[in-house]
Design a protein around this ligand. Structure first.
Ligand SMILES: Nc1ncnc2c1ncn2[C@@H]1O[C@H](COP(=O)(O)OP(=O)(O)OP(=O)(O)O)[C@@H](O)[C@H]1O
Ligand SMILES: [Mg+2]
Length: 396
């Protein structure tokens, strides 16, 4: 709206005739419509409140970010429509304020917002030295979606953390490997000496202790080796593989545990899947971790549904369990190294899963309804696409 238009209108209000009023109103309506179109076409969300914190205007982007109905929201307190927003504290400030927030509903997003106090200058009666006073009539809140930039920053931090972790693990494994070797050799020496003793109860007991010690050393050795295999960023050795076969092999590995936990594993494997270029050991490790997490979530009894499917470019594998799922807050932390809700968990499982899937050019998605269960979906490409044309519906 041209500046001064309103002032001129107000000044002339007493002198204008009825037809002119109609003209002015028409023009005002046009200007309002014009501004609304502009505000609704920008990506930033805009919310305007009055001095009491009630919404007086919000554009389409703001409605979408918070998942609220614009028409119903006008006239309502902002903190009633956007729960968790400490509007009282935010609106107290006299200056412009910028903060970040995480939204869980309707989608998990990170938002940066500004809160700007809206001031109107009023003329006073002239008794004051300065004949204008500023009055706060409300606030404007401007919201910007920073999810993408934040995710890529997180990925950088994560990969840095991951390298530090790998280095540490390699160091520890090296240090553990040497004493393990020495223990192994000394056990062998002891065993040789014991063998020379005459057969007594004492000899039998000594031999038993040696056997236990050797079994424990072997176990420790395999833990270290497995741990290193999991953590070491080895390049995948790609071979054409049948995903369904790898799934079946992994499930077979769990046979005893499935029986023990009284769990039903249902498979729905699509037969016409194309062979995928995979590192079979690494991909089995992915499936192993996904299944293990579902079993641990369900504890005893429950159903794990494993599906494989395809579209024109990808093979999709999903694991759906009835293990009670995960809260929205925890969901945002599952890829953090060491984040675990289990007593014996290392909190590395999903981090490794994601790394392997990404190294295969794939993506991983997790969806969960708290109280019900969780679905982990892996998408692996079988066509090496360099460019993908967006369909009509995907264009922004
Ligand atoms: N299927 C699932 N259902 C419910 N929560 C899950 C599921 N899968 C993972 N989680 C949650 O995500 C967290 C992280 O999982 P992740 O596999 O990375 O580590 P972990 O299972 O705790 O430990 P580790 O896999 O190293 O033994 C788990 O502690 C759990 O809270
Ligand atoms: Mg796990």
């Amino acid at each position: 709206m041209k500046s001064g238009f309103l002032e001129k209108l107000i000044e002339r209000l007493g002198r204008i005739g009825p037809e002119e009023v109609q003209n002015y109103l028409l023009r005002l309506a046009q200007e309002k419509g014009f501004l609304e179109t502009i505000f609704n076409s920008i990506q930033e969300g805009i919310i305007v409140t009055d001095a009491k914190g009630r919404i007086t205007y919000l554009n389409d982007a703001a409605c979408e970010i918070f998942g609220i109905d614009g028409e119903k929201a006008v006239g309502r307190p902002l903190d009633e429509r956007v729960r968790g927003l400490d509007w009282k504290a935010l609106s107290q400030s006299e200056s412009v304020l910028s903060r970040d927030m995480e939204i869980f509903y309707p989608a998990n997003r990170f938002i940066n917002f500004y809160v700007v106090p809206l001031m109107i200058e009023r003329k006073t009666d002239g008794s004051q030295p300065n004949d204008h006073v500023a009055e706060r009539v409300g606030h404007a809140m401007i919201l910007r979606d920073i999810t993408e930039s934040r995710r890529s920053a997180e990925q950088t931090i994560e990969s840095e953390r991951f390298s530090a972790l790998t280095l540490l693990a390699a160091g520890v494994a090296h240090e553990i490997g040497n004493p393990l070797n020495s223990l192994h050799i000394h056990l062998q020496l002891m065993e040789r000496k014991v063998r020379k003793l005459s057969a007594t109860e004492e000899k039998r007991e000594l031999q038993e202790s040696i056997d236990i010690a050797r079994a424990e050393i072997n176990r420790l050795d395999s833990i270290v080796t497995q741990f290193l295999r999991a953590i070491r960023p080895s390049k995948p050795q790609l071979q054409p593989e049948d995903v369904n076969k790898l799934l079946e092999e992994t499930i077979r590995f769990f046979q005893a545990e499935i029986k023990d936990r009284d769990i039903v594993v249902e498979t729905e494997l699509r037969e016409d899947l194309p062979p995928l270029q995979l590192d079979r050991d690494q991909m089995k490790q992915v499936f192993y971790n996904a299944i293990k997490n579902s079993f641990e979530a369900m504890k005893r009894r429950g159903i794990l549904r494993i599906r494989s499917d395809r579209d024109d470019t990808h093979v999709k594998i999903s694991f759906t369990d009835t293990g009670g799922g995960i809260s929205a807050e925890n969901l945002s932390r599952i890829y953090e190294p060491y984040f675990t809700t289990k007593r014996g968990g290392s909190g590395l499982g999903l981090l490794i899963v994601r790394r392997i899937v990404r190294e295969h050019g794939g993506e991983i998605a997790i969806e969960s309804t708290e109280g019900k269960g969780l679905t982990l979906t892996i998408r692996l490409p079988f066509l090496d696409e360099r460019v993908r044309m967006l369909t009509e519906g995907e264009r922004m």
